[in-house]
Design a protein around this ligand. Structure first.
Ligand SMILES: Nc1nc2c(c(=O)[nH]1)N=C([C@H](O)[C@H](O)COP(=O)(O)OP(=O)(O)OP(=O)(O)O)CN2
Length: 161
């Protein structure tokens, strides 16, 4: 038996998809909606998977602090390498390199969802006994991608949820 608790969060990010056949290879942005699904085998003594406010503080706030209003670029993207070290002033106290976040993947919705489940979830939920099982990343209200953590077998061949 398992339970799931869900919360979504909205952020705005720039990105580009390296090698895209069409317009998505250009620098552009989205109002992303990210849906987090947390899972537990047991409920706590109040009957919760995890308090909704903890999903907010641990996962939604991670998005807010790390990615919101930033430009997500693949670390191997040649455009990123031009921008990241660029200290050319823009006249308002910022530089062209400000707000660039290098990520270790081409920033499609699929790769963003996978990174959140495999890297950010375990880091942010460490010690809680809760898993980030599933993440859906909406680029627009029409289009989204989903990554789901599959149950794995332990050394005894038992399914570990
Ligand atoms: N499977 C995926 N396909 C695409 C992704 C992605 O992350 N995963 N990303 C993009 C682009 O980022 C693009 O901005 C979105 O593309 P698209 O839906 O074609 O464009 P619009 O939102 O402008 O939709 P219109 O209906 O054409 O206005 C592309 N594909």
């Amino acid at each position: 038996m398992s339970w799931q608790a869900k919360r979504y969060h909205d952020i705005s990010c720039g990105h580009r998809v390296v090698g895209h056949e069409g317009k998505c290879g250009h620098l552009h942005g989205h109002n992303y909606r990210v849906h987090f699904t947390c899972e537990a085998d047991e409920l706590d003594n109040l009957g919760r998977v995890i308090d909704f406010s903890e999903i907010k503080s641990k996962l939604c706030m991670w998005l807010e602090e790390n990615w919101d209003h930033k430009m997500l670029l693949w670390e191997h993207d040649p455009v990123a390498n031009v921008l990241i070290d660029n200290t050319t002033g823009t006249g308002d106290g910022t530089t062209l390199g400000d707000g660039i976040v290098l990520v270790p993947f081409n920033p499609t919705a699929e790769n963003i969802a996978q990174h959140l489940v495999l890297v950010v979830g375990p880091q942010q939920l460490k010690g809680t006994g809760i898993k980030l099982r599933h993440c859906e990343v909406e680029e627009t209200r029409k289009c989204s991608a989903v990554y789901t953590l599959r149950p794995q077998k332990n050394d005894f061949g038992q399914i570990e949820r």
